[in-house]
Design a protein around this ligand. Sequence first.
Ligand SMILES: *Cc1c(COP(=O)(O)O)cnc(C)c1O
Length: 364
Amino acid sequence: MSIWNFANPQLKDLVAYEPGKPIEDVARELGLKPEDIIKLASNENPLGPSPKAIDAMRDAVKDVHIYPDGASYRLRQALAEKFDLEMGNLIIGCGSNEIIEFIGHAFLQPGDNIITAKHAFLVYKLMAKVFGAETIEIDDPGYVHDLDAMAAAITPRTKKIFIANPNNPTGTLVTQDQIDRFMAKVPDHVVVVFDEAYYEFLDNPPDTLKYVRQGRNVVVLRTFSKIQGLAGTRVGYGIANKELIDILQRTRQPFNINSIAQAGALAGLHDQEHQDKTKKITDEGRAYLQAQFGDMGLEYIPSYANFVLVKVGDGNAVFKSMMARGIIVRAMAAYKLPEWVRISVGTMPQNEKCIEVLRQVLGK
Ligand SMILES: *Cc1c(COP(=O)(O)O)cnc(C)c1O
């Protein structure tokens, strides 16, 4: 008898998350040199990490025989100071993705449901499935979350609503007014998760921390993976009222953030210059990519983040053809967007090379 007969039944039709194709894989499969490949598939920082973070991580290496600070004390303290909150308002995760899992551990049981937008980040739905919960997906006209419809879909078994702002993969934003109107309708039994992985790329970001300060059941997720350029170290954080953080803290492993990652994140946090530089090249690169898509007559979704979704016809075929020419972008079939690819903003030379290859592939 197969071991599947004893596994949790909801896992049978769970399709594991497929990340952006790693450079090493492409090099191996296509016989290319890794240094000739440009990856614009996972919204990483093309400038790399802050030099200060690199120094701090190098320093931290000599102490790796010691267990890390399980409470991530210094990092939580620095974040609390930055947001004028208390340490009890913060939890650190192995990427903000881990906090999505904590919230599942804390609140989801088989038969519960979560609400997301139709084209939301896939991890919400995958994690819900792990816990045997159902995902209610709400249409997003114009690829923007419809918060009124999401509030209207709440049932007594709704435990969480995910709002990615800006959303990945669409790059769209919901406004402060839409958020405020939505929050006025959400009952207490629902935890609202604002996933703000791209928050630092916004010029006028909406304020969701005010709901944490008011004691509402809201978790704001941020990450060191994007503007900070520390995706490989896996550090993200959640901000919530203290009672909610206390619940989430009980669901995590004692040493979920390694000491090198803690040191890098702490140093990166204080390097505002690197973040400003990253935002600047992102703004320039995104404007360039969008102008080029327009020039090619391609439909694209104007983005608030460090990537752009563009309609190319057969997304998977374009992904493969570009990959064969050394440019890795992201095909979007798993997101119900088979005609689109998502392209991360790179350095200007990377963006130019990407456009050159896209023009070749599409014959434009
Ligand atoms: C990239 C991304 C994250 C970040 O995940 P980490 O686990 O912190 O690396 C979270 N949410 C969304 C929507 C993202 O695009």
